[in-house]
Design a protein around this ligand. Structure first.
Ligand SMILES: *Cc1c(COP(=O)(O)O)cnc(C)c1O
Length: 359
């Protein structure tokens, strides 16, 4: 019978390319192997001859790409005998850490900025049984505290400063290359701490150096305008944006991301909150793909650069959609002024509402 072996997560699939031993106990929830969806309606609307793919990382087990890094970070923490992990988070890292710690049977401590984390993410951290510390401060302050606590407390830090996180996350580039049977010309990502753009470049470079592909993409990193240290060329102290996942003013992978920028001959740019939300809505309405606001920053930036010709026609472009739209239902609903019609439970008004909305 032509059955294929059950998919059991990215560490098992890429174990030859990851720092893992044969007998390491893998902490996995079947992460990775996410769809690479070719857009059809948006390129037509742009009126440009471009091939745009979105890598839908929102379909990871906890709804964001963070799971790729977390499976490695928690696997290695457990291997080293750690009984607890800790992170600062704008939401998705805490959701992921909470889930993988639960799977491993260890404790997760998560520091989140009070009032600035999307509802779905908070629900995840709580329901998985993490110890949630809501701090009266922003992500950057939380990150600083985690580093200080980590120095003299027996907990493993699972933010992207943990090198195993980037190792796991590089596998997204492997998957893209395998599906396209080549490297894209451009790879667009939202940038917060800049771990993910760094990890993708590691993945592409590894396949390039091993002769699996003969080119690497230009890496394009897009930030939210109110939270764009790479555009300012300096840290930003009071970052703000509706895209809470990238509300980060002091990126932890600052030097690494500049290196990616130079080596790949890519660029950074910024998108306004309006552009970000418009791209999120366009993707849901025209392509049926629901991502969270931060994720749509990659598409918002790509669309602008395609329109201007900075990304030339004939290009193959991949945009990473870092997290699922269900993470932030409040922002989604607040963007929709129409769509819900209240009627009496009677045939007449129901039929009337349908007929008047048929186009
Ligand atoms: C973490 C996150 C980002 C930012 O990734 P970095 O590696 O910090 O640059 C972007 N979007 C979402 C949804 C995230 O959860």
């Amino acid at each position: 019978m032509p059955f294929r072996p059950r998919y059991t997560g990215l560490i098992n699939k890429y174990r030859d390319r990851l720092p893992i031993h044969d007998d390491t106990r893998l902490i996995s929830l079947g992460e990775g192997n996410t769809p690479l969806i070719r857009l059809s309606n948006i390129p037509r609307e742009l009126g440009k001859d471009v091939d745009i793919y979105v890598k839908y990382e929102g379909l990871n087990p906890t709804g964001s790409f963070k799971d790729r890094g977390m499976t490695m970070a928690v696997t290695k923490a457990v291997e080293a005998g750690s009984k607890a992990v800790i992170c600062a988070s704008t939401g998705n890292t805490s959701a992921s850490a909470a889930a993988y710690a639960a799977r491993a049977g260890i404790t997760a401590f998560v520091l989140i900025p009070e009032g600035k984390i999307a509802l779905g993410k908070l629900a995840q951290a709580m329901i998985h049984g993490a110890v949630v510390l809501q701090i009266r401060g922003n992500f950057d302050e939380g990150m600083q505290l985690v580093k200080e606590v980590g120095e003299n407390t027996p907990v493993t830090i699972v933010n992207s400063i943990n090198p195993f996180r980037l190792q796991g996350q590089k596998t997204a580039a492997f998957e893209i290359v395998e599906e396209l049977e080549r490297a894209p010309d451009f790879h667009c990502l939202p940038v917060g701490n800049a771990g993910n753009i760094t990890a993708h470049w590691m993945g592409y470079s590894e396949y390039f150096e091993h002769g699996i592909v003969n080119s690497r993409p230009k890496m394009l990193g897009y930030q939210a305008a109110g939270s764009a240290p790479f555009m300012r060329g300096a840290m930003v102290d009071n970052p703000d944006t509706v895209a809470t996942a990238i509300r980060i003013g002091h990126p932890q992978s600052w030097d690494k991301a500049w290196k990616v920028n130079k080596e790949s001959q890519g660029w950074f740019d910024e998108c306004t909150d309006e552009e970000i939300l418009a791209a999120q809505k366009l993707l849901t309405e025209k392509e049926g793909v629901f991502c969270e606001p931060a994720s749509a920053t990659s598409l918002a930036g790509a669309m602008r650069d395609i329109r201007s010709g900075k990304i030339p026609e004939g290009s193959t472009i991949v945009c990473t959609l870092t997290g699922h739209g269900l993470k932030d239902p409040d922002t989604a609903i607040s963007q929709c002024t129409e769509g819900v019609i209240t009627v009496d439970a009677k045939l007449g008004p129901v039929r009337e509402a349908i007929v008047s909305n048929l186009s």
